[in-house]
Design a protein around this ligand. Structure first.
Ligand code: NAD
Length: 462
C-alpha cells in the first residue's frame, strides 16, 4: 500500500490545507494501519475549482474518447485487482474472497459497462422537428459510504465520466485507502487533470462543504437516510440536482410451494454477506405460518455455519449500534434462534450471525435498518398479509420473492413497493437500475439509467 500525504486535485497529489488527519483502523484487529488528511473547506474548494476548469474540455471530448479512457481505467483496475482486494480487506475487514470477487470484481465490471455505454449511448436524438442533445450536468460532488467502498465510488464516477461530467469524490472516513488507490488508477489511465479529484475528510466538514459548494451542479450521495435528508435540503435550497441512495429494510418473501430450503439458505447468505453491511440486504424473511417453524430451524442452522466465516463490522461504533439493536429485539419480545449480542472474538469488531424468530412487523428490528448480520423471520397468514408486511416500512430498496413458478413470483413482485426484486434467486445484474422507492432514495445508479442521471437535455427546433 502506498502512502500519500495529500489530496488528488487537478491531476496531482497536493498537500492538504490543514494539519488534521484521520486514522484508518483495521476492524479485524483494531490496529491503526494508516492516516489520511482530514480535508477542509479549502481543499474542497481547490478540488471543485479544478473540476470546473476541466469541465469544458471533458464535456467536449468525443464520447468514443471518453469510452477509451474508461476502458483504460478498467484495465488498470484489473491489473491492480489483488491490491484493491487487500486494501479493502485491511480497512473494511471483509474476507479475502469477498474482497476479490465483489469489492474488486464489481467495480471492474461496472467500469467496463460504462466504457461500452459511453461508446454506444445515443447522446443525440430526433423527435418530430427537434434534435435533442443529452449534455453533461456539470461538476458532480460524490459522497460515498464505507460498506462497498470502491463500488460506491465507481457507481458514481464511471457514469459521470461517461456522460462528460467532472467529479470530486469525498469517500467515507473509515475506508479512504481504496479511494486513493482508485485516484492512482485514474491517473494511470490517462484521464485528464481535474476530471477526477479526491478529497478525504470528515462528513460534516469536507462532505458538507462539497454539498454546499456553489460550483457543484449535482450532489450524488450514498449513505444514511439522516445525512441524505440534510443533503437533499442543502441541494434543494441551492436548486442543485441531487441523487440519494439511502437505507433499506428489504423483504425476502417465501410463498408456499417455493423450494423452502433453497430460499432460506440463499436468504441467510444474502444477509450475512459483507457482515450484513449491505443496504439492499433482505433482512426480513417472510414465511407462511404453516412453514414457519421449519424455516426458522433452517435459518438458524445456516447462520450458525457462518459463525467463523464472516468478517467484523467496519468500526466499534457500528458494532455497538448492531449489538444495541440485538438487545432491543430481545427486549421487545423477539426470540433469538441463533447468535446474540455477545462477541464471538476477543479482538476485532465482530458480531455473531444472528437470527430472530417471532418477530412482529411493528418491532424496531423489523422496521429500522440494522446494518449488521441480523435476520428477522416474520410469519404471514396469506399473500395479502405478506404484501402488507413486505410494503410496511418507510424503505423500498430491494427484495426477493420465491414461489413454485416464476409467474406466481412475478405477480407478487409487481405489487411490491421497491426498486429491485430477485425472482427465485435471480443474479445481480450490473446493468439493471439500482435505487429506491419511498425513503430509500431519489434517482438510480448503474447501466443506462445510471448514465441518464448525469445528463440533461437541450432541444433544438427546426
Ligand atoms: P453516513 O450517512 O454516515 O455517511 C455516508 C457519507 O456521508 C460518508 O462519506 C460521510 O463522511 C458523509 N457525511 C456524513 N455526514 C455528512 C454531512 N453532514 N454532510 C455531508 N456528508 C456527510 O452513512 P454510513 O454510516 O457511512 O453508511 C451506512 C448507511 O449508508 C446505511 O444506512 C446504508 O443503508 C446506507 N447505504 C445505502 C446504499 C444504497 O445504495 N442505497 C449503499 C450503501 C450504504
Amino acid at each position: 500500500m502506498k502512502a500519500h500525504d495529500g489530496m488528488y486535485i487537478d491531476g496531482a497529489w497536493r498537500p492538504a490545507a490543514g494539519p488534521g488527519v484521520i486514522e484508518v483502523v483495521n476492524p479485524a484487529d483494531e490496529q491503526v494501519i494508516a492516516t489520511v488528511p482530514a480535508g477542509t473547506v479549502e481543499d474542497v474548494d481547490a478540488a471543485v475549482r479544478a473540476a470546473r476548469a476541466a469541465l469544458p474540455g471533458w464535456a467536449a471530448t468525443p464520447p468514443a474518447e471518453r469510452a477509451a479512457r474508461l476502458a483504460a481505467l478498467r484495465d488498470v483496475l484489473v491489473a491492480r485487482q489483488d491490491e484493491i482486494a487487500e486494501t479493502v480487506t485491511a480497512e473494511l475487514g471483509s474476507p479475502p474472497k469477498l474482497s476479490q470477487t465483489v469489492h474488486a470484481g464489481v467495480p471492474i465490471a461496472v467500469t467496463g459497462s460504462y466504457a461500452e455505454l459511453a461508446a454506444t449511448y445515443a447522446f443525440e436524438e430526433r423527435t418530430g422537428n427537434s434534435t435533442v442533445l443529452h449534455e453533461p450536468v456539470g461538476v458532480v460532488g460524490a459522497i460515498t459510504p464505507w460498506n462497498y467502498p470502491l463500488h460506491q465510488i465507481v457507481a458514481k464516477t464511471a457514469p459521470a465520466l461517461a456522460a462528460g461530467c467532472t467529479v470530486v469524490v469525498k469517500p467515507a472516513e473509515d475506508t479512504p485507502l481504496v479511494a486513493r488507490l482508485f485516484a492512482e488508477a485514474v491517473h494511470e489511465a490517462g484521464i485528464p487533470a481535474g476530471v477526477f479529484n479526491l478529497v478525504t475528510g470528515l462528513g460534516p466538514v469536507a462532505g458538507q462543504a462539497l454539498a454546499e459548494h456553489p460550483g457543484v451542479d449535482l450532489v450524488s450521495f450514498t449513505g444514511s437516510t439522516a445525512v441524505g435528508r440534510r443533503i437533499g435540503a442543502i441541494a434543494s435550497g441551492m436548486v442543485k440536482k441531487v441523487a440519494l441512495e439511502l437505507g433499506g429494510k428489504s423483504a425476502n418473501v417465501i410463498l408456499p410451494g417455493a423450494d423452502l430450503a433453497r430460499a432460506v439458505n440463499v436468504g441467510v447468505a444474502n444477509v450475512m454477506s459483507n457482515s450484513g453491511q449491505t443496504c439492499s440486504a433482505w433482512t426480513r424473511m417472510l414465511v407462511h405460518h404453516d412453514q414457519y417453524d421449519e424455516a426458522v430451524e433452517l435459518a438458524a442452522a445456516a447462520a450458525a455455519k457462518y459463525g467463523d466465516r464472516i468478517g467484523p463490522l467496519v468500526s466499534a461504533t457500528q458494532r455497538d449500534r448492531v449489538r444495541g439493536y440485538i438487545a432491543k429485539g430481545v427486549a421487545e419480545g423477539a426470540r433469538l434462534a441463533a447468535g446474540g449480542p455477545d462477541s464471538p472474538h476477543e479482538r476485532g469488531y465482530y458480531v455473531s450471525p444472528t437470527v430472530f424468530a417471532d418477530v412482529t412487523p411493528g418491532m424496531t428490528i423489523a422496521q429500522e435498518e440494522i446494518f449488521g448480520p441480523v435476520l428477522s423471520v416474520l410469519r404471514y397468514t396469506d399473500e395479502d398479509d405478506a404484501l402488507r408486511i413486505a410494503n410496511g416500512t418507510v424503505y423500498g430498496l430491494a427484495g426477493a420473492v420465491w414461489a413454485a413458478d416464476e409467474t406466481e413470483a412475478v405477480a407478487f413482485a409487481r405489487r411490491m413497493e421497491t426498486g429491485q426484486v430477485d425472482i427465485n434467486g435471480g443474479r445481480f445484474n450490473p446493468l439493471a437500475p439500482f435505487g429506491g422507492y419511498k425513503q430509500s432514495g431519489v434517482g438510480r445508479e448503474l447501466g443506462a439509467h445510471g448514465l441518464a442521471e448525469y445528463l440533461q437535455t437541450k432541444s433544438f427546433q427546426f
